[in-house]
Ligand binder design. Structure first.
Ligand SMILES: [Zn+2]
Ligand SMILES: [Zn+2]
Length: 278
């Protein structure tokens, strides 16, 4: 990293390091990230993006006019939980139906294939708790001041203390409630902590703990896991985008695609409704 280059805006000599973007510490030249063109890949991603923007705008306007900021049940939240409940019911019925078909129609091969499909989709759609890992976990003896700060922030927010604090290499921080025992996990990326001022670190920790205070992770499990299940279902039954009509099997592909289109609509509509409600 001995090479240097003059800043194209202000002329300051800049160090040039192989594999890194050159930027100017004097005038900020080349500091902005590359503009994204904003067209996410695929219909599902565009739906998620649109839902995210809507949630953000709605929340901002609600918070501006609210007298109290405690989380509460809104009709949309109730409906979102209702749909999630239906998704779990469907998954359970698919699983039970698959077992029933396999046992009842044995050894009919067509029935066994159908049963395997039903069981496979049910397993894909199953609710997932996530699994706590010990990777990068720090405790009171290895990071006493950090843990004390996290405890202090938790008590200031009126939220129960964190079970597991993990340090990773991400330029990010995150909050999750995982496992059957619902362990509260705070992940802090070392690169992020390193670039923040002390008060900014307090703010990041408070932001993450506020996800728990607000009940976001719980909603994230019940509704979020159902949304993921619907997404899995849609991924299985979604029709193929491009078909080679000239191929020998073109006509069969077209027939299969029409069937898949019809079968995939309910999953897509439910997913749309659920995303609108969030
Ligand atoms: Zn410059
Ligand atoms: Zn957050």
């Amino acid at each position: 990293m001995s090479a240097t280059q003059g800043c194209s805006r202000c002329g300051t000599p800049l160090p040039v390091a192989d594999g890194y973007v050159t930027w100017c510490h004097e005038c900020g030249w080349n500091l902005r990230p590359v503009e994204q063109d904003g067209t996410a890949q695929g219909r599902l991603h565009r739906l998620y993006d649109a839902a995210g923007r809507r949630v953000g705008n709605r929340m901002a306007s609600r918070l501006r006019s609210a007298d109290r900021l405690l989380p509460s049940w809104t009709p949309a939240k109730v409906a979102a939980h209702g749909i999630a409940f239906g998704v779990y019911g469907f998954t359970a019925a698919l699983f039970a139906g698959g077992l029933w078909l396999a046992a009842g129609a044995f050894p009919n091969p067509a029935a066994l294939v159908a049963a395997a499909l039903m069981l496979g989709v049910a397993i894909l759609m199953r609710p997932r708790f996530g699994r706590p890992s010990a990777e990068g976990a720090v405790d009171r003896s290895s990071a006493p001041r950090l843990l004390a700060l996290i405890d202090e922030v938790a008590s200031a927010l009126g939220t129960p203390p964190v079970h597991i604090v993990q340090i990773d290499e991400e330029y990010n921080a995150s909050w999750a409630v995982v496992g059957l025992r619902r362990r509260r996990v705070l992940r802090l990326g070392l690169p992020l902590l390193a670039v923040l001022d002390p008060q900014e670190r307090v703010a990041v920790i408070a932001h993450e703990l506020a996800h728990g205070r607000n009940g976001d992770a719980r909603r994230g499990f019940f509704v979020g896991s159902a949304v993921r299940g619907l997404g899995e279902l849609y991924g299985v039954v979604r029709p193929e985008g491009r078909i080679d009509y000239d191929s020998y099997f073109g006509i069969f592909e077209r027939i299969v695609n029409v069937i898949l289109y019809v079968v995939s609509r309910p999953a897509m509509w439910l997913l749309l409704v659920e995303l609108h409600l969030l």
